[in-house]
Design a binder for this molecule. Sequence first.
Ligand code: B12
Ligand code: SF4
Length: 472
Amino acid sequence: MDEAGIARYVVEQKIDLVGIGAMTRMIAKAYRMADAVRAVGVPVVMGGPHVTEMADEALGRDGGPQHADAVALGEADHTWPRIVEDAARGELKDIYAPVDAAGKELKPSLKPYPVIPWDTIDLHQFNLVPKSAKHWLQKIGEGWGTFRIVPVESGRGCPYGCEFCTVTGFFGDSIRFRTNESVVNELLLLKARARKERGQIAVFFIDDNFAINLKRTKSLLRDIIAAGAQVNWVAQISANLLRDQELVDLISASGGKWVFIGMESIDPANLKDVNKGFNKPEEYAAVLQRLAQRNVYAITSFIFGMDNDTVGAAERTLEQVRTWPPGLPIFGLLTPLPGTPLYKRLDVAGRLTRPKHWQEFIPFAMAHTPLKMTIDEAHAEVNYGWSHAYGAEAIAQAVDSLDDQPLGYRVNIFIARVCFRGIYFPMLGRFAWWKVISENRKTIFKLARQGFEAWAESRSKPEPAPATSAGD
Ligand code: B12
Ligand code: SF4
């Protein structure tokens, strides 16, 4: 919806209160939407990591325009019911803080957790299969009529405190988990739904560091296996925790397919600068090998524009990446998000070039000056990373390196690479898709030929003799 659309919708549906959550990256759009809703006389409450740090901005107390009638600070599990009650009485307050009567901060426990009706809820927004392909894809194997990636939370918090990260400040360093039982029940509901609708479901465990408590994660994965609740899943886990062989075995046995690893840099000096010295670049290769041996692959995330980065950082990183099992490398720029220690350090040093960068959001653009290169050079490094990791040659190389694996794995890595390419090179319009297909035609033909050969081979095998009954 655009601004006019949302205003119309709110009026037509007679909506009395609108809640908007947003990350820093999309806050400018969130404010525009909030302005449109407030213009038709409906109050807006905003929440999430950005307004928690910038409540005055949202409430128009910093000299700028007001966008929200109320702001929910931090985790709003307990404050949301209060907000709704106050709104119904027409007594909305400006700020809702997650504190008890004595003013002490309340961190919601995840032990009692609401049951999400995954068996009946509308899952349309999570579906990646276009409508036009649904009919045909439904008939393949167990059915691919839908492919939904569903976010599931199993715990909150990460105590590591990396300098650029919002999480430790936002959720506090108190780590909380749901019960194994409630997570397993959710997976069972999702699995049954996929089977019933002849579609596929994968789960994205949104925990910031899914294995932050190894003992608990292993016990959850064991319970998933015992209950037969395996679905394909992806999670974020820091590299240091993946040293544990037993954990990797359990990840694979419980349905883990992709692990997102915040590698950030191959330079230990950079890692130390951002308080992520627990990442050891010399062990990245071994970690990725351990995962790949169990057919689990990695989304490896790198940040350029760090203080020790110099021109050529992207190629130096790619030299390493090329020696690792194929995965999905992604590249970003060091971004000072409000409220983070990084923001404060750069602010004090006078290095912020766009202190309110979120108000004029530009994708992949720095908001401060790096120490050993210019801003333009940092932008060029990111461009180099994406262009070279997602060019047709690199994609073909990734697919070929899996030649000893079943066809499904190769198709999987090909589709994933093409989709991830879209993070940096927006895939808008048919022409963009045709261009990608044309550039990668050799790999596509190769995969199609292998698929046809496998199909023909299975057809040429003699039919097994029909079973005879004891009476024949
Ligand atoms: C899942 C996730 C994603 C997914 C989202 C997919 C999906 N379908 O959900 C994907 C992978 C797309 C993603 C992408 C990005 N993400 Co992200 N993501 C997360 C993650 C891990 C979980 C979010 C979540 O669901 N949390 C659980 C819920 C319960 O917490 P919550 O959302 O904060 O909500 C609570 C409160 O904030 C509040 N609240 C939230 N909204 C509202 C609204 C109202 C009205 C009220 C009252 C309260 C309220 O109440 C909730 C309950 O307590 C968070 C980290 C984290 N643990 O939160 C990072 C996080 C939100 N992402 C972050 C970032 C930076 C990004 C990217 C910009 C990364 C990048 N460089 O590209 C992109 C941007 C994407 C875009 N479209 O522009 C940052 C945001 C920091 C910031 N200040 O904005 C976070 C905090 C991680 C971090 N390391 O700092 N992300
Ligand atoms: S390990 Fe990940 S979630 Fe934890 S503080 Fe560092 S970047 Fe944030």
